[in-house]
Write a protein that binds this ligand. Structure first.
Ligand SMILES: *[C@@H]1O[C@H](CO)[C@@H](O)[C@H](O)[C@H]1NC(C)=O
Ligand SMILES: *[C@@H]1O[C@H](CO)[C@@H](O)[C@H](O)[C@H]1NC(C)=O
Ligand SMILES: *[C@@H]1O[C@H](CO)[C@@H](O)[C@H](O)[C@H]1NC(C)=O
Ligand SMILES: *[C@@H]1O[C@H](CO)[C@@H](O)[C@H](O)[C@H]1NC(C)=O
Length: 451
């Protein structure tokens, strides 16, 4: 092993030495006639020969490596499996090209296949000896790989948020393009919500379709993320969500500091309670009685204002607006709750699950609870519907989960009323404290997005 490593190091350094010669040639030969002669003639010149050999020795590997099918999401993942991530403390794992780690080679991709990731491939190549007929894509490219998808609000956000964090650390750089992969398969767009939040953050960015010919395509500069939020630390997640909130509000023409301290005519702080409804799967079985329960509890608390909205009917900016004006969001479990990030920090979430989730959904059901922590919100608990059909094969968790996944959510009037009363009281105390402390200064500080 040691010998192989040593001899390949020697080989590489002799290549680097030869490149040194190429550069010297360029400097010493202002005559374009001369340089064109040596670039294009396959003479016996040892430098040309070496460049040709380098070009021919580029190794293409499948973007999706089936050897890692059982650990597709862990370690280096099955996507670009030969490459090790750069780990920085409390940051999502990433790859950057060209870098010292890539020995200054660029990332090249042959990646047009949209239904078999093993048919797409990648390679590293030195700029001086790019693969035959390579097309170089200039500028900075964000290559986003996700095991899930770029459509769903939650999954799309998890895939793209690490780029926001990376940019924060790198002079707020904006990419020239996105390249999207799922299981090594090329994807052409993000879901509309995901696309909008990225637009709010980076401006309008092209999603690459590799449509300038067969390629291969090589990136002048590329950042690859393939672990979603990965090992990003809590503090950094909070920073990312603060920035996304700030940018989204700006984008939608809302004061990015939020609505500040809002009081009624008697000087009592306003508490805004939003029921964020869904249609079809995981909607409330009886939405009007659920609404009545919340409305009744809200009425009992001075300053409480209730708002009932259908999340499916709202444009991106309407979602941002509604959530900016929300202190407590009550909603069935679902991607629409990803919108919680647009509330002011420390706002509250009440979550509802249909029957079967508690028993069969595993830890994934806590994703929005975690998101609340990561975005600086307070998750005020969840209610799991105990009533509903029983799963026909109770020992098969996956089967049962799929059986219950899209069920509807009932209600328990007593429980909902007591719970709502308690949360309203907690929020009322926070609001009173805020009003006395008068956080106007803090709000102004939030007004300027860090990127
Ligand atoms: C990646 O990391 C593993 C384990 O740390 C190591 O054995 C391997 O040589 C590394 N590969 C590259 C290409 O750096
Ligand atoms: C919803 O509940 C109310 C009262 O609890 C009841 O009157 C109504 O019929 C129910 N609606 C449906 C669609 O079940
Ligand atoms: C959020 O609440 C915590 C106490 O739970 C408090 O220390 C913190 O200052 C609050 N943050 C904001 C932004 O209001
Ligand atoms: C409804 O909630 C109350 C209060 O938590 C509880 O005592 C009661 O058993 C619940 N009813 C049902 C049918 O689960």
């Amino acid at each position: 092993m040691g010998n192989i490593a040593k001899s390949s190091a020697q080989l590489i350094s002799s290549f680097l030495f030869l490149f040194g010669i190429i550069i010297l040639f360029h400097i010493k030969s202002p005559s374009s006639e001369f340089s064109s002669t040596w670039v294009f003639s396959r003479s016996n010149n040892p430098v040309d020969t070496m460049v040709e050999k380098l070009r021919d020795s580029i190794t293409w590997l499948p973007l999706k490596d089936l050897r890692f099918v059982d650990s597709a999401m862990t370690g280096h993942t099955w996507f670009m499996s030969s490459l090790n991530d750069t780990h920085e403390e409390n940051e999502a794992e990433h790859l950057y090209f060209p870098s010292e780690k890539s020995k200054n080679r660029l990332l090249c991709i042959k990646g047009k296949n949209t239904n078999d990731g093993t048919k797409n491939s990648y390679a590293l190549a030195w700029p001086e000896s790019l693969p035959e007929s390579a097309i170089v894509l200039k500028g900075l490219t964000f290559v986003s790989y996700t095991y899930y998808n770029h459509q769903n609000l939650w999954h799309g956000l998890c895939a793209t948020a690490p780029f926001v964090r990376w940019a924060m650390k790198n002079q707020c750089l904006k990419p020239t393009r996105w390249v999207l992969f799922h299981w090594g398969e090329l994807r052409f767009k993000m879901g509309s919500w995901v696309s909008n939040i990225m637009k709010a953050n980076f401006g309008e960015i092209k999603v690459e379709g590799f449509d300038q010919g067969d390629g291969p395509y090589c990136f002048e500069k590329a950042v690859v993320m393939r672990h979603d939020l990965g090992s990003m630390g809590m503090e950094n997640k909070l920073k990312v969500f603060d920035l996304l909130r700030c940018k989204a509000r700006n984008f939608c023409g809302i004061n990015s500091g939020g609505r500040g301290i809002e009081v009624n005519e008697k000087g009592v702080p306003i508490i805004r309670l939003t029921l964020l409804m869904r249609r079809n799967s995981r909607s409330f079985k009886n939405a009007s009685s659920v609404t009545d329960i919340f409305a009744k509890e809200c009425e009992r608390v001075e300053g409480c204002v209730i708002n009932v909205v259908q999340s499916d009917d709202l444009s991106f900016c309407d979602q941002v607006k509604v959530m900016t004006n929300t202190d407590i969001v009550a909603s069935p479990h679902g991607a629409q709750l990803t919108n919680m990030l647009f509330m002011d920090r420390n706002s509250s979430i009440m979550e509802f699950f249909p029957k079967g989730w508690l028993e069969h959904a595993g830890i994934g059901q806590y994703a929005l609870h975690w998101m609340a922590d990561q975005s600086g919100m307070k998750h005020r608990g969840a209610w799991w519907d105990p009533i509903g059909d029983d799963c026909p094969s109770p020992n098969d968790d996956l089967h049962c989960f799929l059986f219950h996944k899209d069920g509807k959510v009932g209600h328990n009037a007593t429980f909902f009323a007591e719970w709502t009363e308690k949360v309203l009281d907690q929020v009322r105390l926070i609001k009173l404290e805020q009003a006395t402390r008068n956080q106007v200064k803090n709000q102004f500080k939030l007004d300027i997005c860090v990127c």
